[in-house]
Design a protein around this ligand. Structure first.
Ligand SMILES: N[C@@H](CCC(=O)N[C@@H](CS)C(=O)NCC(=O)O)C(=O)O
Length: 264
């Protein structure tokens, strides 16, 4: 039996935070979902599923306007919104559906708590666990500001202001990651892989959605952030990303997504 059910659009690097962690600490997940355009035909619920035409017609009263990442209306049940008050995916549930866990970092932490402790992915004392939390919080700030940028790129129009604030968020985040990697430890928190690294590789992967939009940026005379100049400014951060994405426990969730972006 799975220890956690997760509903999301797929593929989603934020889900990879949970699936990588699950692989490393022996947790079985029940992941369900479909591509972004398909999710408008799904019932957003603990029992998330594709609806038949008849079911859709009978549930029109559940339709709600999406706020982020979806241009359509979505069918969200009251029970879904009770479990997930912000109405977002990825949306995780305890196996009985009674507890909703939202925010991909928290879903990843839940997987680490449910799994065996051998991997020590969430640190080995209150101090290291809290330092890992510090990286997760910093990653969420980066993710929030750059999500606006990535969604704008996919919409085909990007305001200079959105580009500027993503640039600031990128510089702040990568500056911190670069500094954290100055010592000999090799990982963000200590000498082994932790949730801090898994979150970093997943958020950076999502940020690679910049790559297919090089022409749009060039046309607007806006600088891409995944550039040779950034690599020169943040060499350790980029090298860490390359090292992480190649790891056996990480590559299966990350590489196909990056390869697909490269093909655009
Ligand atoms: N910081 C959140 C981001 C979640 C999020 O913004 N999800 C968007 C899709 S990218 C969503 O579910 N939107 C649904 C809506 O706006 O109704 C996480 O890491 O889980």
């Amino acid at each position: 039996m799975s220890a956690l059910r997760i509903f999301s659009y797929l593929p989603n690097p934020r889900i990879a935070k949970a699936t990588i962690t699950a692989r490393l600490c022996g947790v079985t997940l029940d992941v369900r979902g479909a591509s972004v355009p398909e999710l408008k035909h799904w019932l957003w619920d603990f029992d998330a599923h594709v609806m038949s035409d008849a079911e859709r017609a009978s549930l029109e009263h559940l339709l709600r306007t999406a706020k982020k990442g979806f241009t359509s209306t979505l069918y969200k049940t009251e029970a879904f919104l009770e479990a997930h008050p912000f109405g977002t995916v990825p949306a995780a549930f305890s196996p009985d559906g009674k507890v909703g866990i939202f925010e991909s970092n928290s879903i990843m932490r839940a997987v680490a708590r449910l799994g065996h402790d051998d991997a020590k992915l969430y640190g080995d004392d209150p101090y290291s666990a809290s330092r890992i939390d510090s990286f997760l919080d910093a990653s969420l700030l980066f993710a929030r500001d750059t999500q606006i940028y990535v969604l704008a790129l996919w919409s085909g129009s990007i305001a200079a202001e959105a580009h500027r604030s993503a640039e600031q968020a990128f510089a702040t985040y990568m500056g911190g990651i670069e500094r954290a990697l100055q010592g000999p430890a090799g990982f963000l928190v200590g000498e082994r892989l932790t949730l801090a690294d898994i979150c970093f590789v997943a958020e950076m992967t999502l940020f690679h959605n910049e790559l297919p939009h090089a022409d749009l940026l060039q046309g607007l005379a806006l600088r891409p952030m995944l550039s040779a100049a950034s690599r020169a400014e943040f060499p350790k951060a980029f090298a860490h990303f390359e090292r992480l994405r190649a790891m056996d426990a990480i590559a299966p969730d990350i590489e196909p997504y990056l390869q697909a972006l490269g093909k655009h």
